[in-house]
Write a protein that binds this ligand. Sequence first.
Ligand code: NAP
Length: 244
Amino acid sequence: MRELDSQVAVVTGGSRGIGRAIALELGRAGAAVAVVARSEDRARETADLLEGPGFALACDVADPDECKDLAAAVTERLGPIDVLVNNAGITRDNILVRLKDEDWDAVLETNLRGAFNTTRAVARGMMKRRSGRIINIASVVGLTGNRGQANYAASKAGLIGFTKSVAQELAARGVLVNAVAPGFIETDMTADLPEEARDALFERIPLGRFGTSQDIAGAVRFLTGPAAAYITGQVLVVDGGMVM
Ligand code: NAP
């Protein structure tokens, strides 16, 4: 018996990077997994790797109607949703004075509004069944801020406030809501960072290595399982000790 046997999980941004590792890890834990990305073809590349049941679904999390349809489609194909992982996220980095309106809006719409859209779409079902886990993938940057990432840091700080508020609202209904705050994880998102910036970051990591998507997937698996039954409204920092 695995801890997520007969449960249904939704992972947004599951087509690559951290989201792919989370989707596969929850599958290994026994869950049926809906892998969500804007592109169904890209999401399918992950869904094809799942050990158990699951499927790929196109949904732009920034669109509230698409998120309502997402919840309905997953429930119809796999059953009621037990686990939601809000992992979809983007960056549009620039220093404040060069930050364009559209770059501010795009980051907030996907990273923060997206989590609101999906959470609202699944929360009612979880509340009715008096159980559920929602995990929001934030960032250490949401705790510390970061030069050149005012939009991204604001979205992730907002996501942490959102996590704590919703955790308080849903606790009495048995729904647990937590955030994971990764540090520097090697994915497409961080691939373009200049060598000098990488070296400077590396120096700040006490564990002496960059993180992997699997490091984050392990933390998410923990927060979805029985060992985390008394944890809600928390931010689990997974960053090799970079931020203490
Ligand atoms: P990534 O490799 O760029 O992957 C992003 C994923 O999000 C893709 O699957 C992408 O698929 C999906 N996505 C983007 N916009 C979407 C939208 N509007 N609707 C649905 N899906 C969307 O990024 P990652 O590094 O794995 O990051 C995953 C999460 O971890 C993000 O929230 C990120 O902010 C957070 N994080 C990452 C790091 C890091 O160092 N990598 C550190 C801290 C936090 P499509 O393009 O097909 O839509």
